[in-house]
Design a protein around this ligand. Structure first.
Ligand SMILES: [Zn+2]
Ligand SMILES: [Zn+2]
Length: 361
């Protein structure tokens, strides 16, 4: 959905997108991309001698249809040749929920996503870290004193199992980036930020993510965007502006502790999400997953911090970590950050993937 800036709607109803990939066209939502998803699922079943009924399209005139269990397994692909630890890591268990059918106004109700199976992910030959190029760089843009950047950098290192470095902050004034006022909110044009970031990619960088407290917009016809990343150029940016309750005039309704926890939770999710895009991962349409698109803040808040089995397989194949060791490190990090629910979830997953515990009933 595109909304003309000349006819602004109440903020709660505005369309926001946490992925607009300029080089891949994720905001197009085309018929071709829906058909591509069908072909994709079919090719991932790998049972040519036992033809199955073609999977139901993700979209028809009635809207989005969540993939069923068989389609989810087909999207993850065959695990037969993998060691037991990886088989457990990429199998669907009760720890994961299928994608939520969208309510009106939610991302999947507004955007025709193509979906991306593991086989399709591999076919596009996404970027992968190398020995010479494996550091995730974080570039603060403008004043970011209210953003927990160092905390998020440590979280990011555990999440992606790669080194993370934070660069010195760069002032907004002087950036070669178009600025505008939208409903009295200052905004930066995100694609131009990506162009600028791409020129600053350090030699040893796997990727570079800009973080800012200034609001962003993806093009003049949109009202705002939470974040913006390229699937291929290894750069992205996200804004904390709308994570702070004070942006919506709700500062008085929450305590400082709740506000800080909200900003941290939202910041960690969007960091994982946008950097996930930089590994070539498209929006997840199969599971409740940190790689789900989000159209508004309530939707983003309802999404989990974790990667689903399908998206975890994509990231693990690119980075090569031990999934149970990653879950253990993340669990410790979440405990330090007071994120109790995530700490428990990752601790239980570590035990299950390591073979020390059964799936919960
Ligand atoms: Zn996204
Ligand atoms: Zn996923």
């Amino acid at each position: 959905m595109r909304i003309a800036a000349a006819r602004p709607l109440p903020l709660r109803l505005l369309t926001a997108c946490s992925l607009l990939a300029p080089t891949v066209g994720c905001k197009s939502g085309s018929r071709e991309s829906v058909q591509g998803a069908r072909e994709d699922v079919a090719s991932a079943t790998g049972t040519p001698t036992e033809p199955e009924a073609p999977p139901r399209p993700l979209y028809d005139d009635a809207g989005f249809h969540a993939p069923d269990r068989a389609a989810r397994r087909a999207a993850v692909g065959s695990l037969e040749s993998l060691p037991p630890t990886l088989q457990r890591a990429f199998s669907e268990t009760t720890a994961f929920r299928p994608v939520n059918p969208p309510d009106p106004g939610d991302w999947l109700a507004e955007h025709r996503e193509p979906g991306q199976s593991f086989a399709r992910f591999q076919r596009v030959a996404p970027n992968v870290p190398s020995d010479a190029r494996r550091t995730i760089y974080v570039q603060p843009i403008g004043a970011t004193a209210d953003a927990p950047i160092e905390t998020l950098s440590r979280f990011t290192a555990d999440y992606f199992q790669l080194p993370v470095k934070t660069l010195p902050s760069v002032p907004v004034d002087g950036l070669p980036v178009t600025r505008r006022l939208n409903d009295d909110v200052e905004q930066l044009l995100a694609p131009e930020l990506l162009t600028w970031l791409a020129k600053r990619l350090p030699e040893d960088a796997y990727c570079l993510i800009g973080v800012t407290m200034v609001d962003l917009y993806p093009d003049p016809e949109w009202n705002f965007v939470f974040g913006y990343a390229s699937l291929s150029e290894r750069v992205g940016v996200h804004s904390f502006a709308r994570y702070d309750p004070s942006f919506y005039g709700r500062a008085d309704s929450v305590s400082d502790g709740v506000r800080d926890a909200l900003i941290l939770d939202r910041g960690a999710k969007v960091m994982a999400h946008e950097i996930g895009h930089m590994f070539g991962m498209r929006h997840c349409v199969h599971y409740d997953c940190v790689m789900n698109g989000s159209n508004h803040l309530d939707e983003a808040d309802g999404q989990p911090m974790h990667l689903c089995p399908l998206c975890l397989r994509k990231l693990q194949t690119s980075v090569g970590f031990e999934p149970d060791a990653r879950y253990r490190q993340l669990s410790t990090r979440y405990e330090q950050l007071g994120m109790t629910r995530e700490a428990t979830w990752t601790r239980e997953r570590a035990a299950y993937v390591a073979g020390d515990a059964d799936d919960a009933e």
